[in-house]
Write a protein that binds this ligand. Structure first.
Ligand code: PEP
Ligand code: MG
Length: 566
């Protein structure tokens, strides 16, 4: 039953909006997770409990695999991995041992998965992130044992706004995009799984809404991602205004085509971030003017040994052929922390984000770096794209010189560096004396500026590229680019936030690179503002003392500028 909707909105909840969409609808919450199975000893024989456990594990694997067959892309891979988790012989043995110790099948499954989960978490990085997937499988097996529905996305026969703590990959695979009007989560930051999914599928979403779980089913809400607000029980006027803004946004988005440009005609090429040539056709269909970040390490995450020159060349040729005549910025292998590559660095490190990663790991394995540059130069020679190469995690001027010299020597004409460490931003003028261009990785730059591990939920609120300290560093690089006449791109998630993208241009960014799904929103947003507006917004953001302050100040200024020009 909906709350009354004709009075003024009773309250507004705040979080981090993903994109600019607006949706109006009624809330449906994800069911609460199942309670922990109690420790009361089993009244059945161990063999009977083992049969129950084995049957439920097998049934869960079948259900998950079946779901995987109806999805594609990363969701399919995650579901396949989850099915294997339910069939893992070590895990099944552990369940049996716990049953022999007197546990029920429910309790044994719960404990065995929890132990495995703790192991993954202690491994950190990519493995640690898989812990949520394991929790999800555990819940599904326990639900099967209890004969209750598996927790997960509700499936009513009407559209709804999904409110959840956070979404597990298996949930996201199930989302019916015709019914889910918007996502609101209490946990997660702008780089969480939910946020990535929302960007990928262009779903209106707000993450990190602390009070979201207090919303009752059936409550009407206005979800405004641009403003990062959830308006609860809107008045008739508020609902009508929101629906009309949603229509306007859709119309502007549809009308915005062609190369990225500001309202005054200043060109800001819009490029795609890709991890494999598979995404090329989609990126081009969405109007990508080239590739601003090709994450080569994604090609070799599972490799036990370094890929050969031939293997690499084949991958690069595929990508370059798809982008013939266009710019393609290829990043040298970025190993470490969230992207472990065992052949570059598998030493345990106390602080992997501050360890032997990025260019440091490549330099410690110089033959691998030389092979990669040779493979890229060979692919470049055979194709017609405009190839640029850049190094990740450059912290010193000397590193910039080392990498660009090596790349030029290998025959690559345009060699630059990523600015992801504050030291590089502060000395950008000297870095650009050697590098042909700079590309700012705002994900890592934010992590290092705010000293907040980008993989750690407990500090996710600090991982906000709107922070004026981060923007000040971006401004340093922009200014150095302007003086030296060298291009400064942005390739972190910040470029996918439409209004922040305008601010980044105001700070001196000359190109923006993002997940292809974000291109349309950013293209439409740029068209609203001139370079003078962008510079004014940048000054405004820099004058604040927090990320929220910067976002609020620029949002208000942008709304005023749009009204004036309307
Ligand atoms: C970044 O750090 O902003 C970036 C683009 O690189 P990655 O996210 O791959 O570390
Ligand atoms: Mg990075």
């Amino acid at each position: 039953m909906a709350e009354p909707t004709n009075g003024p909105a009773t309250r507004t909840l705040h979080g981090t909006g993903i994109g600019r969409g607006i949706a109006v609808g009624t809330v449906l919450r994800m069911p609460d997770p199942l309670p922990e199975p109690d420790e009361t000893p089993s009244t059945l024989t161990p063999d009977a409990e083992k049969d129950r456990a084995r049957a439920s594990l097998a049934a869960t694997a079948v259900v998950i695999r079946h779901r995987g067959e109806h999805t594609s892309g990363s969701a399919k891979d995650v579901l396949e991995a989850q099915a294997y988790m339910a069939e893992d012989p070590a895990l099944i043995d552990d369940v049996a041992v716990r049953i022999d110790g007197g546990a029920t099948a429910e309790r044994a499954v719960f404990e065995a998965f929890a132990a495995f989960r703790d192991l993954l978490v202690s491994m950190g990085g990519y493995m640690g992130e898989r812990a949520t997937d394991l929790d999800d499988v555990s819940q599904r097996v326990v639900a099967d044992l209890r004969g209750v529905p598996a927790p997960g996305v509700p499936d009513p026969d009407h559209p709804f706004v999904l409110v959840a703590r956070d979404l597990a990959p298996a949930d996201t695979a199930l989302l019916d995009l015709d019914k889910v009007l918007a996502l609101v989560t209490s946990d997660g930051g702008p780089t969480s799984h939910t946020a990535i999914l929302a960007r990928e599928k262009s779903i209106v979403a707000i993450v990190g809404v602390t009070d979201a779980l207090g919303l009752a089913d059936g409550t009407e809400v206005v979800v405004d991602a641009g403003a990062g607000t959830v308006g609860v029980s809107p008045s008739d006027e508020e609902r009508a205004a929101a629906l009309s803004r949603a229509d306007d946004l859709k119309a502007t988005r549809k009308a915005a085509t062609g190369p990225g440009r500001l309202a005054d005609g200043t060109l800001i090429p819009l490029l795609a971030n890709l991890g494999s040539a598979d995404g090329a056709a989609d990126a081009l269909a969405r109007g990508a003017e080239g590739v601003g970040l090709f994450r080569t390490e994604f090609l070799f995450l599972d490799a036990a040994s370094a890929p050969t020159v031939e293997e690499q060349k084949a991958q690069y040729v595929r990508l370059l052929e798809a982008f013939a005549g266009k710019k393609v910025v290829v990043r040298a292998l970025d190993a470490g922390a969230d992207k472990p590559l065992s052949f570059l660095n598998d030493a345990p490190e106390g602080n992997p984000a501050l360890g032997l990663r990025g260019l440091r790991a490549l330099r410690a394995n110089e033959p691998i770096l030389r092979d990669q540059l040779a493979a890229l130069a060979a692919a470049d020679a055979e194709t017609d794209a405009e190839v640029w190469v850049m190094a990740p995690m450059v912290a010193t001027v000397e590193e910039a010189r080392y990498f660009t010299d090596l790349a030029h020597e290998a025959g690559l004409k345009t060699a630059g560096v990523m600015v992801e460490v504050p030291s590089s931003a502060l000395l950008a003028d000297r870095i650009l004396a050697h590098a042909d261009f700079a590309s700012i990785g705002t994900n890592d730059l934010t992590q290092y500026t705010l000293a907040a591990d980008r993989l750690l939920g407990s500090v996710a609120s600090l991982q906000d590229p709107w922070h004026p300290a981060v923007l000040k560093l971006v401004g340093e690089v922009g200014a150095a680019g302007h003086v030296s006449g060298k291009p400064v791109g942005i390739c972190g998630e910040a470029a996918a936030d439409p209004l922040l993208a305008v601010v980044l241009v105001g700070l001196g960014a000359t190109t923006l690179s993002m997940s292809p799904s974000a291109l349309a929103d950013v293209r439409a947003e740029l068209l609203h503002f001139t370079l003078d507006d962008a510079r004014r917004f940048a000054d405004l953001a820099l004058s604040t003392d927090s990320a929220d302050g910067a976002r609020a100040a620029v949002t208000a200024a942008a709304a005023a500028a749009e009204r004036t020009s309307a």
